[in-house]
Design a binder for this molecule. Structure first.
Ligand SMILES: CC(C)(COP(=O)(O)OP(=O)(O)OC[C@H]1O[C@@H](n2cnc3c(N)ncnc32)[C@H](O)[C@@H]1OP(=O)(O)O)[C@@H](O)C(=O)NCCC(=O)NCCS
Length: 171
């Protein structure tokens, strides 16, 4: 399988919204109410929101493609674009999402490796992220890549307040 990583631009907005909504639904629908899901998909993954995120100098999105089909994506934030900490020395992996049918096929690992490559390029001291405590696959994935829990924070999905585990990897 030949998987490629490419930077996402404003021209890719429709594809970005499509992969964002599909992977978010696949990941979280089973454990959340339809109402909370709908709210998140409509508000947080709206065209206006994604457009603003894409134009932020401190955020970068990447697609993973297989035979030109987008099968996953990555969003990383530095500086003030980070959702918390906002430390110049850090890089946040805010989103790493792969279509279910491509889990366990190294697509997630390739996107992840790209994030680490970027962190090293910008000479970041550490990479951090927040992951829902009820997402065991992702937690296992980060742990096997060396991430360690350092805190917890509250994340709102629709009207539901959930706990995210915050994890960090020193470079
Ligand atoms: C997170 C993600 C990018 C990782 O990519 P992936 O291809 O699934 O990763 P891998 O298969 O290499 O690693 C997953 C690991 O979790 C393990 N795993 C799977 N289900 C598990 C479960 N229920 N509990 C614990 N571990 C589990 C797998 O066995 C594998 O570990 P191993 O390599 O030691 O066998 C991908 O699963 C994904 O996109 N998930 C949906 C979106 C998401 O949750 N994103 C993260 C939001 S913070």
């Amino acid at each position: 399988m030949n998987c490629e990583i490419k930077r996402v631009t404003q021209d890719d907005l429709d594809q970005l919204q499509q992969i964002s909504r599909q992977t978010f639904s696949e990941t979280f629908s089973a454990k959340n109410s339809a109402e909370d899901m709908k709210k998140y998909l409509e508000e947080e993954l709206a065209v206006e929101k994604l457009t603003a995120e894409l134009s932020d100098q401190n955020s970068e999105f990447y697609f993973a493609t297989v035979d030109n089909r987008v099968v996953g994506y990555l969003k990383v934030n530095s500086g003030l674009a980070q959702t918390e900490l906002k430390d110049d020395n850090g890089l946040e992996i805010e989103r790493i999402y792969v279509l279910k049918e491509y889990h366990g096929k190294r697509v997630g690992q390739l996107l992840y490796d790209h994030a680490i490559h970027m962190a090293r390029q910008m000479k970041a001291g550490y990479v951090w992220l927040g992951v829902w405590e009820e997402n065991p696959r992702a937690i296992h994935f980060y742990k096997k890549n060396g991430f360690v829990e350092f805190d917890k924070h509250v994340f709102k999905l629709g009207d539901d307040e959930q706990t995210d585990i915050m994890m960090k990897l020193h470079l």
